[in-house]
Design a protein around this ligand. Structure first.
Ligand code: URP
Ligand code: ZN
Ligand code: ZN
Ligand code: ZN
Length: 501
């Protein structure tokens, strides 16, 4: 029997756990909560020292070892970074190539890349780039049996994007089979048109990446996918949202009780497009902040995303960790050749799996800079992604029966004066930069516990976990967190859909 002896701060009083409570852990699971839990000479006691305890982070959007990102993080470096930042579960992507008629070998391949190579638990979403009838009818049910119960669809990027009829096919299939559908919503043709014209005018520096993907591209695609989801009566989650105009469609749909979920990411709360201009010495350094959708221009854009965080519009707060190494041997950088910068060739994505929780936690609670409550923090970073992606009962909660995945924070007053400065040299990912360099956060995970094992201890060795600690998570079908399935469609008669759907 392992008992975590947990004395919580006043802060948590009734928000998470009453003070003086203990969390009993047995065989990697939470077995009981209470005061004065039984203990024996063999009981290992972790003193949480009056710090706050939150469930281990569930980062439901990370890209590790993906074919299209040869210099990004792999499962080892990415999951090491995850535990150092309090994340005990990641859901990464297995990506189908358009030429592949079966997705089964692809899934096998990603299993091989992750097996015995991770520090935290993991699952896979399938990126569907060619949803053939055979895949949808015979392979998707197999994947669901194997615990892969979600797909990501792209409305942009030439090698990945689906047209409306393909999007509809997948949504109809999701409606029947119950898998969860994530969508990258940007209008591909708007982006292509602007990119071609920028290029013709010689505007190819990293900053123009942000000009090439205006908010209206996100807005249009968001409204379109919500319409397709409404027509087919299918729950969706729109990933990495960055624009208020687009977010408003989500909010409106939710007000109508449609099961439309949305996600945003740290970069859309903290970073602006000016970062893409690089430094006075090095304009190309802006390449470090190229992601899609792009960083937006105005502090008001960040404010809008913060509102969505606080008011419940967003269901998940994920990192979209998708960085590539910046500096290569011989001074080579991706996206610049013979001194000519071409943002089109800069790999998209920023690192963030390690900094996700500390950055948001810094604004959680009742401090002067707080933007959201602690329970809302827990919902966004752990419990709601767990529910949406079929891990309810396993991850995302401090309750008997759940995996004993915990983050123990420092008591505010004991934490180092002025907070901790985020520095690349202290991070555990495999890439060579962080866009949050120099930013300060008020707390950092002191301990990360994965199924009862301390895998991160900031005050002693740092990483204490071992490769292979992470297990593949066979997920169940996701649960709808927002809205209901089956409500009517705007302008349709009750039962009208029964003729065809
Ligand atoms: O810029 C990003 N987000 N790159 C990763 C791929 C994606 O769209 O999630
Ligand atoms: Zn493949
Ligand atoms: Zn995306
Ligand atoms: Zn992504």
């Amino acid at each position: 029997l392992v008992v975590g002896w947990v004395t919580t701060s006043e802060y948590l009083l009734f928000e998470v756990l009453p003070p003086g409570n203990e969390i009993g852990i047995k065989d990697g699971k939470i077995s009981c909560l209470g005061t004065s839990l039984p203990r024996s000479p063999h009981t290992q006691i972790i003193d949480a020292k009056g710090g706050m305890i939150t469930p281990g982070g569930v980062d439901s959007h990370v890209h590790f070892a993906q074919d299209n990102s040869p210099t990004g993080d792999d499962f080892t470096t990415g999951s090491r970074s995850a535990i150092a930042g309090g994340t005990t579960t990641v859901i990464a992507f297995a990506s189908q190539l358009k030429t592949e008629q079966s997705v089964l070998p692809c899934i096998e391949e990603y299993h091989t890349r992750a097996k015995d190579q991770t520090y935290c638990d993991y699952g896979f979403h399938l990126i569907l780039t060619n949803p053939t009838p055979n895949i949808m009818r015979t392979e998707m049910p197999l994947l669901i049996e194997q615990g892969i119960t979600s797909v990501k669809l792209y409305m942009t990027y030439e090698p990945l994007k689906l047209g409306d009829s393909q999007l509809l096919d997948v949504l109809m299939s999701a409606r029947t089979l119950g898998f969860t559908t994530m969508v990258h919503a940007e209008n591909s043709d708007i982006i292509s048109l602007i990119t071609d014209r920028l290029e013709a005018n010689g505007h190819t520096a990293p900053y123009f990446h942000a000009i090439s993907r205006p908010q209206i591209a996100e807005n249009e695609a968001t409204y379109r996918i919500i319409s397709l989801a409404e027509l087919t009566s299918t729950p969706i989650l729109i990933v990495h949202m960055s624009s208020e105009i687009a977010m408003k469609h989500v909010r409106k749909a939710q007000t109508r009780m449609l099961p439309i979920h949305a996600e945003t990411c740290p970069q859309y709360l903290f970073l602006l497009s000016e970062r893409l201009k690089g430094t006075p010495q090095d304009e190309f350094a802006g390449a470090k902040c190229v992601c899609s959708p792009p960083l937006r221009h105005d502090p008001k854009d960040l404010e809008a995303m913060w509102r969505g965080i606080a008011n419940g519009t967003f269901t998940t707060f994920s990192s979209d960790h998708a960085p590539s190494t910046y500096d290569h041997a011989g001074g080579k950088k991706l996206g610049i050749k013979d001194g000519i910068m071409r943002y089109r060739d800069i790999p998209n994505g920023v690192p963030g799996v390690e900094t996700r929780l500390p950055l948001l936690f810094n604004h959680a609670g009742t401090k002067p800079n707080s933007r959201l409550s602690i329970p809302r923090f827990v919902q966004l970073t752990s419990s709601d992604p767990a529910k949406l992606y079929g891990l309810e009962g396993v991850k995302g909660n401090i309750a008997p029966g759940y995996d004993a995945d915990l983050v123990i924070w420092y008591p505010e007053k004991e934490f180092e004066e002025g907070g901790v400065e985020i520095k690349q040299e202290n991070l555990n990912h495999g890439v060579d930069y962080t866009p949050y360099e120099g930013m300060k956060v008020g707390n950092w995970p002191r301990l990360t516990v994965l199924r009862g094992k301390v895998v991160w201890d900031r005050d002693s060795e740092g990483i204490k976990g071992e490769l292979g600690d992470g297990r593949f998570l066979k997920r169940g079908l996701g649960k709808i967190v927002v809205g209901r399935v089956g409500d009517g469609v705007q302008g349709m008669l009750d039962g009208e859909r029964d003729f065809w759907a």
